[in-house]
Every structure is written in C-alpha cells, then in structure tokens.
Design a binder for this molecule. Structure first.
Ligand SMILES: [Zn+2]
Length: 133
C-alpha cells in the first residue's frame, strides 16, 4: 500500500470496525464513483408511507374547477416552496392525502408542517398546521 492510501479503520471497544477514514485526496478521486451509491442509500427510507398517487390522479381526472390545477406548493411555516411537487427532484413535499372533494394534504419534509390545499370552485385556499414541537 502506498503512502497515499492510508486508510484508518475506526473500531469500537470490541475491535469491530465501525467506520473507515480515507485521506481527502483519495476521497476526491473516488467520490464521483461512490456518490451514486451513497445517494441511493441515503434516499428516503421505504418506511415512509407511499404517496396516494392513484387518489391524486383521480383528483385530477375529475377536476372541474374554474381554474387550471397548479402543482406549486408552499409551506407557510418554514417557507419551503416548489413549483411542481411531483417533478421537483428534491421532493420537498410529500402528498399524504387527496380526495375528490378538492382536498390535497402535503407533509413539508423540511419542517414537518402539514399543508392543506382546499380547492373550491373559484379559488384554492391553503391552511397549515405547524409541526409538533
Ligand atoms: Zn415547512
């Protein structure tokens, strides 16, 4: 092993390896290779409930309000915002409920607030519930 490949294994009291430290120069070389793997591992866990997309599709299908549907979502609590909650790669909002009555409920992933978009015939109203302390 050359001097530039000094890996430092961090072990617990029982000598089980817990982590590996690698030199910055080495990390810079392998980061482009490691990043896609790390990103996929750090994606939201599958324990998050599935978004009710079929209900949302139905909501859109029966849309008969007097204005076009807007996929923009804003969090009144922390200011997070997206122009399109479905296409935004950061996916700052998770849909938690959709119904034909015109209600869309989102969870703000930044602060945990609940955002309710209530669609009425002529306008859409937004209500929110602050995250639990
Ligand atoms: Zn928020």
């Amino acid at each position: 092993m050359s001097d530039s490949l000094q890996l430092l294994y961090l072990t617990d009291a029982d000598k089980h390896v817990q982590a590996v430290q690698i030199p910055w120069e080495l990390w810079r070389k392998i980061e482009p290779l490691a990043r896609p793997v790390l990103d996929s591992l750090m994606k939201p866990s599958s324990e998050e409930p599935v978004e009710p997309l079929p209900a949302f599709e139905e909501f859109l299908h029966y849309w008969d309000f007097r204005y076009p549907y807007s996929p923009a979502v804003n969090c009144p609590h922390c200011g997070a915002a997206t122009q399109n909650w479905r296409d935004d790669p950061a996916h700052p909002f998770r849909l938690t409920n959709a119904n034909l009555g015109g209600l869309l409920v989102f969870h703000c992933r930044a602060c945990g607030a609940t955002i309710r978009q209530k669609h009425f015939r002529d306008h859409m109203a937004v209500e929110h519930t602050a995250p639990k302390a």
